[in-house]
Design a protein around this ligand. Structure first.
Ligand SMILES: Nc1ncnc2c1ncn2[C@@H]1O[C@H](COP(=O)(O)OP(=O)(O)OP(=O)(O)O)[C@@H](O)[C@H]1O
Length: 262
């Protein structure tokens, strides 16, 4: 168990949070709590403010109003827990010539708390993290030459190389192939079950959300619904959220035919 971890105290508390993007109110008066060892998905249509919300939680964007508490601390105090949070952003890329290999990048995840590890122990930790995401063969490859899905796996390995209390994922599975997607989801499930990690992820994959998440936050600038997948992912709620009929089992639409004049 992590130090100071109580099973009842929320890991994250968001109270009446509002966040601007330029002149636009992207998050409007949102409140919720995340309990330790839970997996929560944030869902909503494009532009609903999901990334804005998680970036505010991570301290990457300033709030216009409201309060965010991480591990029971607010403001600057919560910054000391930075190393206990893993984050995979929605968009990132590296120049092809970026001079860092996969194992070097994952090794950067070994932070100051692991200063006493020997070089051998560090190599073992990095190898174990890469093994979990099936990328040991790419260990010496330059990160700028990886595919989009491989790069996402490397970032997950970076998060896995040390214990985290909170893992924040912004569409982390986008670009990961079907097998990788299931493995990724199962891995997150194990981290939650066996190591009590708290997971907050933005996802458009309602099948995986209904299968793996304990709780769903539905938003479109404002919080629309929050609760168990079985009570939030109902046809009525999804119609309200997305404005059209989607369901956890039928949201992969067939590509529509282009009009002849296109
Ligand atoms: N830097 C910016 N300046 C102005 N508006 C912005 C900026 N960044 C984002 N926005 C707007 O804020 C709104 C919320 O964006 P955000 O990225 O949080 O949405 P999202 O729910 O994560 O969307 P998606 O599912 O498409 O990733 C969008 O309408 C977006 O166009």
């Amino acid at each position: 168990m992590h130090q100071n971890l109580s099973v009842t105290q929320p890991i994250v508390t968001v109270r009446n949070l509002s966040v601007m993007r330029g002149e636009y109110l992207a998050v409007d008066n949102v409140s919720f709590e995340l309990l330790p060892g839970t997996h929560t998905a944030i869902i909503g249509p494009n532009g609903a403010g999901k990334s804005t919300l998680i970036k505010s939680i991570l301290g990457l964007l300033e709030a216009r109003a409201g309060e965010i508490s991480l591990f029971n601390c607010t403001g600057k105090q919560s910054k000391r827990f930075k190393q206990e949070i893993g984050y995979i952003p929605q968009k990132f890329s590296f120049e092809r010539t970026f001079p860092l290999t996969v194992s070097e990048l994952v090794g950067l995840g070994l932070n100051s708390k692991q200063w006493w590890y020997s070089s051998k122990q560090k190599r073992e930790k990095i190898y174990q993290a890469l093994e979990q995401v099936h990328l040991t063969k790419q260990a010496q490859q330059k990160i700028g030459t990886l595919s989009g899905g491989e790069l996402k796996r490397v970032l997950l390995a970076y998060c896995l190389v040390v214990p985290r209390r909170l893992l924040v994922l912004d569409e982390a599975l986008a670009g990961v192939d079907a097998t990788g997607e299931m493995e990724f989801a199962a891995l997150l499930h194990n981290l939650k079950q066996e190591q009590n990690w708290t997971i907050l992820e933005v996802s458009h994959d309602l099948d995986l959300v209904s299968k793996y998440c304990d709780s769903v936050i539905c938003m479109n600038r404002r919080l629309l619904n929050q609760g168990l997948p079985s009570t939030t992912l109902t046809p009525e709620n999804l119609l309200h959220i997305y404005g059209s009929l989607v369901s956890p089992t039928c949201h992969h639409h067939e590509p529509s035919q282009l009009p002849e004049s296109f």
